[in-house]
Design a protein around this ligand. Sequence first.
Ligand code: PMP
Length: 435
Amino acid sequence: MTGLDVERIRAHFDFPRTGRVVTNNAASTQPPRELVELYRELIPWYENVHRGQSTASRRTTDLFEDAYDTIARWINAPSRRCLVLGRNTTEAHNAVMYSLLTEFRHGDNVVTTMLEHNSNFVPWYALTHEILPRLGKTVECRPARLDADGNVDLEHLASLVDRHTKLICCTGASNFTGSRPDLAILRRIADASGYLQPTGERRSRLLIDGAQLVPGRAVDVQREDVDYLSFSFHKMLAPFGVGVLYAKEHLLRHGRPFLYGGDMIAEGRVFPDHVDYNDLPWKYSAGTPNILGVIVSAQALRLLADLTASSERPLFGGTGSFPYAVTQRTMDRLARHTAQLTGRAHRALAAIDGLTIYGPRERAPLIAFNRTGTDPFTLAKALDQRGVEARAGCHCATLAHHALRLDPPASCRLSFAVYNNEEDVDRAVEAVAAG
Ligand code: PMP
């Protein structure tokens, strides 16, 4: 119905052989066999990058650099110079925080929301409550509240923004309520602040946590005009270990690096009293990176395009550019499929007595809920006994659980990916009904 041949897609994965109902995809997705095999295929030419004359090093460097280009292409970034690749989304948020640390002025503020994953709140809390006060600067952290449906109250957020707001940090899709704040409205609010940035721009910067957004829909960073966008590849079919920070090139050129050391310096340009940094993107790539992880992560995007039959030619295993329309087609097909599964789950769960579902109807492909009289941990364990993988806890969306007055601050969550089918949804719903 959605044009995806899900059974053919499932054949690329090992988990269906176990009978697992993998419905905890908002935490991490499963890796397809091709990506695991790709690690092996890369081994004969295993070498470090940017620091060897050997054919192996040059070959690996070419693949590594091409991976940056693929990732940039996927989000329609102007070039690889806009990318900082690290371990995960959390590291990306910390990179922004440390990069901007010295720019904050006494009296500034950061506006964030009660819907954030802790990775997009705790760094701003620590910056404003612990780090900057020790440097003699008072900077406020202002979290915007939620509305009754578990959306960010954008009117309240707008009321918190003023000409001292250096940065607005907001989730692109909540991993708890599934709510997806309107990025165009956030951009307008940031633009209207009048904050004078050191680059001369008069507007607040906008950081979007894309950990749940980028795996769910096409995100064109130029069209959305975000300043920073973060996401993790372990939620996009790749194995653990690689996360992305996209930032506008001028911000990276102007900003301080997060990590200092080798490879991020200009060749030969380190003196006792002077250091020159490397060109972008390598200025933000200190030390030996997760070389194979980066190569495999970029290939995960190419494979996803192949699995959804979105490109006229196969992309997996290759290098070089492809039209941004491939990302759009891939993510549109994936989004239609996961929306259908989520809708099916939502309708069936809503019919179960005593079940409270959090979040708006229009949502990312996940559903968090609680059942009167059963704590969510017991419920998740009962689901597991029926082979259904859910997740109970606060999902690191601790503020939002408190805001909804959940005691304990926890919920049980099901979440869907490209390889889930209707049977997975039905088994999960049956398990909840029985649990
Ligand atoms: N933000 C959101 C919305 C998330 O769902 C997650 C992962 N649960 C993160 C940030 C953190 O991602 P990572 O653990 O890869 O740093």
